[in-house]
Design a protein around this ligand. Structure first.
Ligand code: GUN
Length: 287
């Protein structure tokens, strides 16, 4: 058996096209365009690429994108002042500060400073709390995009499926576990303090595995259950310049049921979901 590829690139293109149609219809009715403000601090090359892709996706969807490129030496007060200004601007629907930030800036302070209604990353404690309490408002883009992929691949009913999340970050692992729990899955989270043998044993019984460890090909493909659905969140650059995931794809491909490629899997869906979040915020702001 070989796996079926989960084509995140094609799914993302469909989502963007639908948003574009809906945006143009609302603009034709006399509404302003949706707008997303993206703040990049410093010149981390990977962050520059992610931010560029976000601006491109906005263009694609008819969403206005505003770029704020700040020097790496910007102070917390200056960054906070910019966020306050954007919070107060009624023509801006979403605010995103690209992470990671330079060490002297506090990501937790930034996350709480952005208005929960404009927090299209879904990182604000209010939005995380809403997901915890099963009344989601704005959900983090990567896990929410993965839920869209899982439902398109496995069907809408995920109740009772065994899901393992490898990695427990604020951006992916933790909200991913909450999304899967909300969908009725039986969820296990393993992380850097989990003995590798335990992670292996958990993966062997998992119908769904979401891997977000940030280490190239760290998870051996043979560890997965036959026929399972594998979501690889990792994007790692190898010495030859090519990208690879956190999963040893070739070994997994032989025996799992479904798997996301890297690139072309989770990455495009994260950005398409960010566009959905921005569009939803916009609709509530113009209502
Ligand atoms: N850095 C890596 N992933 C993300 C993300 O989803 N949002 C933001 N703001 N920064 C990131």
């Amino acid at each position: 058996m070989t796996a079926q590829l989960i084509d995140g690139k094609a799914m993302a293109a469909d989502i963007r096209a639908q948003i574009k149609d809906e945006v143009e219809a609302l603009v034709a009715q006399g509404n302003r365009r949706p707008a997303l403000a993206v703040i990049l601090v410093g010149s981390d090359p990977a962050s520059q690429i992610y931010v560029r892709n976000k601006h491109r996706a906005c263009e694609n969807c008819g969403i206005k994108s505003l770029a704020y490129e700040l020097d790496a030496s910007v102070s917390q007060d200056e960054l906070n002042a910019l966020i306050d200004k954007l919070n107060a601007d009624d023509t801006i629907d979403g605010i995103l500060v690209q992470f990671p930030l330079p060490d002297h800036l506090k990501e937790s302070e930034v996350v709480e400073r952005i208005s929960a209604k404009k927090d299209v990353d879904g990182f604000h404690p209010y939005n995380v709390g809403r997901l915890v309490q099963r009344i989601p408002y704005i959900c983090a883009a990567t896990p929410h995009g993965i839920m869209t992929m899982l439902r398109k691949t496995l069907g809408d009913n995920l109740k009772g499926k065994s899901a393992v999340v490898v990695g427990a970050s604020n951006i992916v692992g933790r909200p991913m576990a909450l999304e899967l729990l909300l969908a009725g899955c039986t969820v296990t989270v393993t992380h850097r303090f989990t003995p590798l043998e335990t992670t292996k044993a958990m993966l062997k019984q998992a119908d769904i595995a979401v891997v977000a460890v940030g280490k190239p090909r760290f998870i051996d493909g043979s560890w997965f259950k036959d026929g399972s659905c594998i979501i690889d969140v990792g994007i790692n650059r190898m010495e030859n310049g090519k990208l690879c995931g956190d999963v040893d794809f070739d070994k997994a491909y032989d025996h799992v049921g479904f798997i996301t490629p890297v690139p072309g899997g989770v990455g495009p869906m994260t950005i398409a979901t960010l566009m959905q979040n921005t569009f939803e915020a916009y609709k509530s702001h113009i209502a």
